[in-house]
Structure formats: C-alpha cells, structure tokens
Design a protein around this ligand. Structure first.
Ligand code: SF4
Length: 346
C-alpha cells in the first residue's frame, strides 16, 4: 500500500517544497551540517545559523581545523552542543580516514560520531542518491497515520519497523526527493496535534491514508509521555569590574567549553552571596537583585535568581575571563540559559 504514495508525494514535493538554503546544491557537507543543525531545532531558527556556519567553515577541512571557541560561538543559542563537538570529531576522522570526503555509504556514515540512522539515511539519499530511508519525527507521524497504527512511535522496535517498511519502497531514482517529500509533508501538512492539526484536505496522499479514512488522524501518533523534568535552583551573578563582566569557562557537562557568569547552587540571599564573593577575594560594592528567570533543558529546569555586583577588583580565577560587550558578541559563547541575565550587561 505504501508504494502507492511515491508518485503523488514526489509530484507534490516538486511544487510545494520550501525554499531552504541547504536545498540549493546539496553537497554531502552541506546536507550533513544542515541535518545536524535541524535536529531538535526549527527550520526557521536554523537558516541564519546555517548560512553563517557555511560562510566561516565552507568545507570539511575548515571544520576539522576550527578552534573550539569559534565552533561554540557559531552554535551559540542552538543548544545541544554535543552536536557541534561531534561534527568536528567526525570531520577530523573524515580527514584522516576518508581523504577529506564524506563516505558514500550508509554503513560507513553510521560509524561517524553524531551520525545515527536518520542522519546517515538523509545524507546517503539526498547527497549520494542511495535508496535508503530517513526516518525522523515527521516521518514517524506521517507513517503512523498512513498505516492507522496505534503502536508507540517512541519505541525503538516501532521506529525500526517503519524504517524497514520504507526500505522496501524507497525509489532508486531520486530517493532523496522521496525522503524529503515525506518529511516536508509532516512539517507542513500532516502537522502534530495538539500544537496544530493535520490539513488532510490539502494532503496529496489522503486517498492512501488509513487515519484519514477512519477519521482518527488527531489521535495519532501514540507516544509515551516524557518524564517530568527535575528542578534545580541556581543563583546567577553578574560580577562587573570596570565595565567588563566575569565569565567562567565550563569544564564539564553538556555546556562544556562555553562561558557563563558566576553560577551558584541554590537560591542565595545577599548576605550568603557576599560571603561567597569574599572567598573569591572580591570586595563587593552594591549588590542589586535581578528578576527571577527560568530555563528549560531537555531533562532539567533551572529556576534562577539573579544579582548584579559591581566590584573594584576580582582576582581572576583559573578558567575565567573578563569580557566586554564586543568580546561577548564575537568571541565568547554563552549558553541561552543565561540570555535573560546577559541583557543587563550594558
Ligand atoms: Fe496526514 Fe491527513 Fe495526509 Fe493522512 S491524510 S497523511 S493524516 S495529512
């Protein structure tokens, strides 16, 4: 049954695909970078990042040789920073083992850091014309509805079953267009509820769709609810000396290598903060409370209290810098979690 969707879907895609910068001249490198950026991130948010990234790092050699600070700066605000670290790791490996060219093989692509089944399928089909599927969240939703299946799409065995079903039908001619057409349908027509609703009357494959014929599209796909996030209380302190702000380089964790203001556990009172600053050797002047903010990561929510502290001197600890506004704009990557507070540095 799925085989019947190929023609109407690819015809629809030809006329309705969005004009996206990575779709013009889809070289393996451009497809790879765009697919990594698009993971967990909206298309509209990726456009500017992608263009800037390509301008600074136009090829695999440039990526392999890029400084970590530059990479993190180019990724600043996109989140999930392990993605860009893996890009560089993979680029180095490609330089060492594949003569600087992405391998034209699904299996070889899968062995590279940060490249899973979906990304390998996307690069292989779009850039190399290899007939393999690329199953992302959009495709899972479309397939679950097309098949009228109530199987949980977050289960690995269900994802694999859908991948295998597609492997049987991906066309040998322009497989990348077929994969992108499925994804495009999920992104623009077969939309997820409750955020939006599928626009079935506009769908080119509604005649083949079980959910449409059974009028149950909005109850699909079935997904296991995500676990509740844990909550952490933090106190964020903007210490400024002579118009520059104190930033620490994070050594560990997801945000390793990025810069952050003084970031302390718990919600601290002014007196407690003064004691901590003293331990750093800082004689704090006025301590000004800032509004509370929160930031949501995948598994954790930070509930933050903030302060601004003007200090005459602050002995610079290891792994710390004083940054002015120009350096904040060009040199030091600060995670979005602190964005709400960084705007007070003016
Ligand atoms: Fe999705 Fe509706 Fe098209 Fe079925 S008919 S694939 S539910 S948009």
């Amino acid at each position: 049954m799925l085989g019947h969707i190929i023609r109407p879907l690819t015809e629809w895609y030809k006329c309705n695909k969005r004009d996206l910068p990575w779709r013009t001249s889809p070289t393996p490198y451009r497809v790879w970078v765009s697919e990594i950026m698009l993971q967990q991130t909206r298309v509209e948010a990726v456009r500017t990042y992608y263009l800037r990234f390509m301008q600074r790092l136009p090829n695999i050699r440039a990526l392999a040789e890029a400084e970590d600070d530059l990479l993190l700066k180019l990724w600043e605000g996109l989140g999930y920073y392990s993605r860009v670290r893996n890009l560089k790791k993979a680029a180095r490996l490609i330089m060492d083992q594949y003569g600087g060219l992405l391998p034209a093989s699904y299996e070889a692509l899968r062995t590279l850091p940060g490249i899973g089944a979906y990304t390998a399928g996307a690069i292989a089909s779009i850039a190399f014309g290899i007939p393999v599927p690329a199953v992302d969240g959009n495709v899972l939703r479309v397939l679950s509805r097309m098949l009228g299946s109530y199987a949980d799409v977050t289960a690995p065995r269900v994802k694999e079953a859908y991948r295998m079903a597609l492997l049987d039908i991906v066309p040998g001619t322009r497989p990348g267009d077929f994969n992108q057409a499925l994804m495009e349908l999920g992104a623009t027509v077969c939309l997820p509820n409750p955020k939006a609703a599928p626009d079935c009357p506009a769908c080119p494959v509604r005649g083949e769709c079980s959910a449409y014929s059974m009028d149950c599209a909005i109850s699909l796909p079935v997904k296991t609810p995500k676990k509740d996030r844990s909550v952490e209380k933090r106190t964020i302190v903007l210490v400024t000396v002579a118009g520059k702000v104190l930033l620490f380089r994070r050594k560990r964790g997801l945000l390793a290598g990025m810069y952050e203001p003084l970031n302390l556990e718990g919600h601290l009172e002014v007196d407690q903060l003064r004691q901590i600053l003293k331990a750093y050797g800082c004689e704090a002047g006025e301590i000004i409370p800032l509004p509370s903010e929160k930031h949501i990561f995948t598994h954790i929510e930070w509930q933050m209290h903030g302060y601004c502290v003007k200090s005459i001197a602050f002995p610079l600890p290891d792994d710390a810098v004083f940054a002015d506004l120009a350096q904040l704009a060009d040199a030091y990557a600060v995670p979005s979690a602190f964005k709400a507070y960084m705007r007070y540095i003016v």
